[in-house]
Design a protein around this ligand. Sequence first.
Ligand code: ZN
Ligand code: FE
Length: 251
Amino acid sequence: MLKIHQFPHPPLENYGVLLHDELTGETAAIDVGHGPSYMDAIKATGWTPTQIWLTHHHHDHVTGLDEVVTATGATVLGPSGIAGVDRIMSGGNSFEFAGRQVDILHTPGHTMDMLNFHIASEGIVFTGDTLFVMGCGRLFEGTPADMWSSLQKLMALPENTAVYCSHEYTLANTQFAVSVDPDNIALRNRAIEVEQLRELGDPTVPTSIGAELATNPFFRCNDPAIRVGLGLTDASGGAVFAELRRLKDNF
Ligand code: ZN
Ligand code: FE
């Protein structure tokens, strides 16, 4: 099993991640949104990144790139259009990390360049700003149809897949989720759980695909009760997604 060190960092309640294999000593940094926080994490763990995986071009995911590359010499894998990427990746590509196959999912919507990193043999996916705990990323570049098709790629992963996303937006997401899915008992119970975690200062990340299928309204566009609540009983999944995203943006 790969070891994972997750740590919060500024500016936007981001989470950084180091992924480490004891046997080979290989380490991947997932995004590098804040150089000093990554350097602290590298020092604390003793894990020196050999690879950096970039999800998308937003500043809160790439600002520390120069600092961490200069300090470690890590190979940078990510989408095209970001200065400093050594190996350009796109949907359907795969590459090797510590003897494991890492598959690239292209999940446009939040940005058009968004990549998610899936390690099937470990049951882990890094979803950047596509999927959050009980939420999803804002549509800065893509259309609702883009994002709905991206989310469906994640919905198709095994339910026990651990989901590491880039932000702790869970409490705000939960309030919106309850507003559109009020009779969902699993959601009600989870709302209490995540409130307790945050009161203790603990992260709500990682989540799992199964937990999101049960509680994330953006994964539940085909749920009959949510549809009735929106007055969209016979609409397409994409139309329900578009309406949920519009409501969340104005929540
Ligand atoms: Zn972003
Ligand atoms: Fe972000």
